[in-house]
Write a protein that binds this ligand. Structure first.
Ligand SMILES: Cc1ncc(COP(=O)(O)O)c(C=O)c1O
Length: 386
């Protein structure tokens, strides 16, 4: 081949995701992997059985309908009503996707023109930067800074230009654990209405909020017609490998996102869609127990990290803790994370990879706590060696 690089310039420099690199390091060194966010215990047995039954009974083994099976679209609409009082017509306002990842990609590819600006909280979940780039759009970061990570909403206002098309928000926020308050959401919504912006909101951790609850921005005045809400079964039901996600939005937005989605995967995960439809109807006790268990694990890991010498930012939501390594006499998160498996057999993710402004996250690292208590205890023991 000639001198021209194979990878196109939109994706240049995006390489392998940090999760693949760190998970490979965890395996190679036999370390405890607190890097990638997947639980080490599967979700409810009855939901797994529903998936197995669907396969054996021939439900969803052939291409399911493009927008998702009606049973799941109805269950998603019921879930939005049950938890947030939001009304959605399952036929026109719900779209099933291959995880939230595809929903994000389809939304951005559908709604953006080359050159449009997208304002997103930094640190960002890594697929945001890639999908904005694939759409030929320009990302404009609003940096969340330690210790509170609360967004500077005056700064947000100042970042809006005539080229701004879309606000990409994420609450609860990975990796900081920030949960936007109703007041913050109201300001963001007012700005969106005032400047006629679209909002894409990634709410995959909606059920992992430890106090105060989750508030969807779609419920605020003027937001129904401009918001694409995204969630997924992976985090809520501890089946991250199933990749069943969804979009809820006004019919015109769903129709636009569906247009892109149908040429990405067309359809996905037929039998799992039946199982997720059942999962979404689990009683409140399921969601309460999930949250209470994770709150306990958060405290276990947060206390352990503090004892090991980290500065810990206790998250309000998600299953991640961001910690600062400066008190350990360390400065460089990426270097620290590459040496950590060798030094004490634990894997973490350097937050710097989630920033354009790598300096803003240089000394921050992320640990997940969606692991068995004994695994967390062992990790904490090992980290004390630092
Ligand atoms: C903020 C955020 N959005 C989306 C995803 C991906 O969700 P899914 O596995 O449903 O594609 C993740 C997974 O870690 C995430 O943290």
């Amino acid at each position: 081949m000639g001198a021209r690089p194979l990878l196109n310039r939109r994706l240049a420099g995006m390489g392998t995701t940090i999760f693949a690199e760190m998970s490979a390091l965890a395996t190679a060194t036999g370390s405890i992997n607190l890097g990638q966010g997947f639980p080490d215990t599967d979700g409810p047995r009855e939901v797994a059985e529903a998936a197995a039954r669907a396969v054996l009974d021939g439900h969803g083994n052939q291409y399911p309908p493009g927008p998702g099976i009606p049973e799941l679209r109805t269950a998603i609409a019921e879930h939005q009503q049950r938890f947030y009082g939001l009304d959605h017509d399952p036929d026109h306002e719900v779209l099933v996707t291959a995880g939230a990842t595809e929903a994000i990609a389809a939304a951005l590819l559908a709604l953006l023109e080359p050159g449009d600006e997208v304002i997103a909280f930094e640190p960002f979940y890594d697929s945001y930067a890639a999908c904005i780039a694939m759409a030929g759009a320009v990302r404009v970061p609003l940096t969340l800074r330690a210790p509170s990570f609360r967004p500077d909403l005056e700064r947000l206002r100042s970042l809006i230009t005539p080229r701004t098309r879309l606000l990409l928000i994420n609450t609860p926020h990975n990796p900081t654990g920030l949960v936007l308050t109703p007041d913050e959401l109201a300001v963001i919504a007012e700005l969106a209405v005032e400047h006629d912006l679209l909002v894409v909101t990634d709410e995959v951790y909606e059920h992992l909020v430890f106090s105060g609850g989750h508030h969807p921005i779609a419920a605020l005045p003027g937001m129904r017609e401009r918001t694409v809400s995204i969630s997924s079964a992976g985090k809520t039901f501890s089946f991250t490998g199933w990749k069943v996600g969804w979009v809820t939005a006004a019919p015109e937005l769903v129709s636009a996102v569906r247009t892109a989605k149908q040429y990405l995967t067309y359809v996905s995960a037929g039998p799992f869609q039946y199982a997720v439809a059942e999962a979404l109807r689990l009683p409140d006790a399921y969601f309460d127990t999930l949250r209470a268990d994770l709150a306990r694990k958060r405290d276990l890991l947060a206390d352990g990290l503090a004892e090991a010498g980290f500065q810990v930012f206790r998250p309000e939501g998600t299953y991640f803790i961001t910690a600062d390594i400066t008190p350990l006499g360390e400065k460089d998160g990426p270097e620290f994370c590459r040496s950590l498996p060798e030094r004490c057999g634990v894997v973490a993710i350097p937050n710097a990879v989630f920033y354009d402004d790598a300096e803003a996250g240089r000394s921050l690292v992320r640990f997940t706590f969606c692991k068995k208590d004994e695994v967390l205890r062992e990790a904490v023991q090992r980290l004390r060696r630092l």
